[in-house]
Design a protein around this ligand. Structure first.
Ligand code: HEM
Length: 215
């Protein structure tokens, strides 16, 4: 069942890619439907904000695990479960965030704009930061499966890429977002950066606790 679903999704992805290539070559006008209003744009922005909150919490739980800072309040197994779940939510919402753009009728994104940095028709540099952040997030999430092969030391180093993903996603949200000027969005970015920076400071100021293993 899972393989069948993967096959269907792979087929759809291939069709969408071929459609984008054909439209870029001028052979078709693009077969995907586009919304006349702002529904796709609003859906994308909302999903982007949810993804950012999930990523921030994911980093927070990652630091809790590596420092043991929340062990008194939450069993480690539960923290690990939440850490993995949040990274899945972040990636899932990023997929919605990016794919919704393909259906927007005003700023015409195609699937290649979502995959190749600097191709986007809208704020290309800021969008490129988001694309690199997704790649970093994906590597970190997949690294759970490679942990035994990589060894604990290398795996921990690779896991640090999660911090880079957070920094890139923050810069991306600030420079690409149309809500950046609003007070609540500013509060979100300032709050997220302050919490993560504080926890990272604690993480590196507490080397003994930091050497705890995540299992
Ligand atoms: C393929 C990768 C990505 C693409 C193509 C992309 C594209 C975009 C675009 C075009 C905008 C501007 C929308 C607006 O005007 O608000 C935006 C904003 C935003 N993105 Fe992304 N993004 C990507 C990855 C990410 C990631 C990894 C995150 C966080 C985990 C993220 C979070 C946000 C946030 C928070 C905003 C601001 C929303 C707002 O101000 O309303 N994006 N993104």
């Amino acid at each position: 069942m899972r393989d069948a679903l993967r096959g269907v999704l792979g087929g759809v992805a291939l069709l969408v890619l071929l459609d984008a290539l054909a439209a870029r070559a001028g052979w078709t006008g693009g077969l995907l439907p586009h919304t006349a209003g702002t529904a796709a744009w609003v859906a994308s922005r909302s999903a982007g904000l949810v993804a950012y909150v999930a990523l921030t919490l994911d980093v927070v739980f990652g630091v809790f695990l590596s420092t043991g800072a929340a062990d008194r309040f939450l069993p480690r197994a539960r923290s690990l479960e939440l850490h993995r779940w949040l990274s899945g939510v972040a990636l899932g919402m990023v997929a919605v965030h990016a794919l919704a753009l393909v259906f927007d009728g005003k700023v015409r994104f195609d699937v290649l704009d979502l995959l190749v940095p600097l191709l986007a028709p809208y704020r290309p540099l800021a969008v490129a930061l988001g694309i690199v952040a997704v790649a970093a997030l994906y590597v970190v999430r997949e690294s759970f499966a490679w942990r035994a092969r990589l060894g604990a030391a290398l795996w921990k180093k690779l896991h640090m890429v999660g911090f880079a993903a957070f920094v890139l996603a923050t810069a991306h949200g600030i420079f690409a977002g149309s809500d950046t000027g609003r007070p609540w969005t500013r509060l979100l970015y300032i709050g997220a950066v302050a919490v993560v920076a504080g926890l990272v400071g604690y993480r590196f100021a507490a080397p003994r606790r930091a050497s705890r293993t995540v299992s």
